[in-house]
Design a binder for this molecule. Structure first.
Ligand code: SAM
Ligand code: SF4
Length: 392
């Protein structure tokens, strides 16, 4: 997969680096490299992930030169239309962030969970689920393959809240990946001890995906028995203070949620100074207490993306796999045309993915990974989106 364009360093202000991509400037944070003006780098999610040689950079830039400007024109054509909420949001996205779009990989390494969130198929009480754990070495190998061979520059490591993965095991995983293949490593492991997050940060992880799920405190308590919204938000804030880039957000359409809650959800995401909005529709799972609740409509989900964009013009907004599941083959496209500018591709092997059963149709089992990546790139190109980092 060639879904990243390298850029040239033009300015350095301590940790904040200005990077040029075909005449467009984006800023990115640099924690790991001694950089000088003129160096070539890959950045992802506003973070410098690697430095590469001029020769390597120029070879890639040459292949992109013509396509890059064609894609820009195409995106402009798609976003010229106005008239409704989503079109206005898409237009604003184009104006503020151009046609940049991030594509992250995701590895779902364990479906064990100690929690009992009412909405989730991985909940502890779901006894009908076959559970799996990937061994630390297996996670490292898959991550290295995804970065080295599939060319992902950012990778989410996700699981249920599974304490089998001790601090030592998780550190081994992060170090094992980071030492061999630098990438933006995004942890999505739930509310683990802050000390674990501290060690993983030192080991090289730099982002955390931790949704607050709903801004409505009473609804939160009901949906996540034994947990408090306050504690979740405190953890998110502490992670941010430590230096983690934060990806957070909420579920759309939880039973009992109203339009005011949804608006507050968007506001809370922004107030956490999130680096990437991550929110998507709640999809009822038959083996959970919410199995008979209604699905939120695709329209409601797309309008929420559009509202989030209009309220936060410069945000990075992820179009989630849940929207893909809800909208079938048009979910991703419509999400990108409603203000979204980031995607995830699931690289978990089929033998595990089939059991990462958050909600029906989550896994995309049987889809050949190579074909899935090609289809994702085809979709992005068809909409005129380019793999330039979105910047800070
Ligand atoms: N266990 C970690 C946590 O909860 O943060 C990470 C994994 S958890 C499966 C990732 C996300 O899946 C949750 O934040 C939740 O929003 C989402 N999710 C769970 N059940 C869902 C459902 N039925 N429909 C849509 N999203 C769901
Ligand atoms: Fe566990 Fe996360 Fe699912 Fe809650 S949402 S049950 S914490 S995997």
């Amino acid at each position: 997969m060639c879904y990243a364009i390298p850029g040239k360093v033009t300015r350095i202000n301590k940790k904040i680096i200005s990077v040029d991509y075909f005449g467009e400037e984006r800023k990115a944070r640099n924690d790991f490299y001694r950089l000088k003006k003129g160096d070539y780098v890959y950045a992802q999610g506003g973070f410098i992930v690697s430095r590469i040689s001029e020769k390597e950079a120029k070879a890639t830039l040459d292949t992109w030169q013509e396509l890059f400007f064609k894609l820009k024109e195409r995106d402009l054509r798609f976003s010229e239309k106005s008239g409704n909420l989503r079109k206005a949001a898409n237009r604003l996205r184009q104006k503020k962030s151009g046609n940049s779009c991030c594509v992250h990989g995701i590895i779902e390494f364990s479906n064990y969970c100690r929690n009992d969130c009412l909405y989730c198929g991985l909940r502890h009480s779901n006894c009908s689920l076959t559970r799996y754990r990937m061994m630390p070495g297996e996670i490292v190998d898959l991550a290295n393959f995804s970065i080295d061979k599939l060319k992902f520059k950012a990778l989410v490591l996700q699981s249920g809240e599974d304490t089998w993965y001790t601090e030592e095991k998780l550190v081994k995983v992060v170090k094992g990946i980071f030492k061999r293949n630098p990438a933006l490593l995004i942890l999505s492991i739930g509310e683990r001890n802050f000390k674990i997050y501290e060690r993983l940060y030192r080991a090289g992880a730099r982002a955390a995906l931790l949704r607050f799920e709903t801004s409505n405190e009473a609804l939160y308590r009901k949906m996540r028995p034994g947990h408090s919204l306050k504690e979740r938000l405190e953890l998110i804030k502490k992670l941010r203070k430590l230096g983690y880039l934060i990806m957070t957000g909420f579920l759309i359409g939880l039973p009992g949620e109203n339009n005011k809650d949804l608006l507050n959800d968007i506001k809370l995401t922004a107030s956490l100074k999130t680096d990437m909005f991550s929110f998507g529709p709640f999809i009822p799972h038959p083996k959970t207490p919410l199995g008979n609740e209604p699905l939120p409509s695709l329209d409601k989900s797309l309008d929420t993306i559009a509202r989030a964009r209009l309220m936060n013009p410069e945000a990075k907004i992820l179009v989630t796999t849940a929207l893909e599941a809800l909208g079938k083959n048009k979910g991703l496209k419509l999400g990108l045309l409603s203000g979204g500018n980031s995607l995830m591709v699931n690289v978990t092997p089929d033998k595990y993915k089939r059991f990462y059963d958050l909600y029906p149709d989550h896994s995309g089992v049987g889809l050949d990974l190579k074909k899935k990546i090609d289809a994702t790139l085809k979709l992005l190109y068809s909409l005129g989106r380019a793999p330039v980092d979105l910047g800070l």
